[in-house]
Design a protein. Structure first.
Length: 85
């Protein structure tokens, strides 16, 4: 898969147009971005910008786990991937 890599740049414009049509709201609970390693902001336009950057950016899984562990007291983590047959 090419997700989270510069290869995804080819669908950037199409995805950005689609994302622009989705209403975004301020998160009710902290949602940590895999690109900024910080909670998503309350501004819908900034949420969209971060989301679009995520398309082509690396995932910082361990840094996010550390943020959740150290800053939010989360102690259980589950990563769910595609099913295998």
């Amino acid at each position: 898969m090419a997700f989270h890599s510069p290869i995804m740049r080819v669908i950037h414009d199409e995805l950005e147009a689609y994302v622009a049509s989705i209403p975004f709201h301020s998160p009710r609970i902290p949602v940590i971005s895999n690109t900024t390693r910080a909670p998503y902001p309350s501004d819908p336009d900034e949420i969209r910008r971060i989301l679009m950057a995520h398309l082509e950016s690396n995932v910082h899984w361990m840094e996010n786990v550390r943020t959740l562990w150290n800053d939010y007291g989360i102690r259980h983590f589950v990563e769910v991937g595609p099913a295998t047959s």
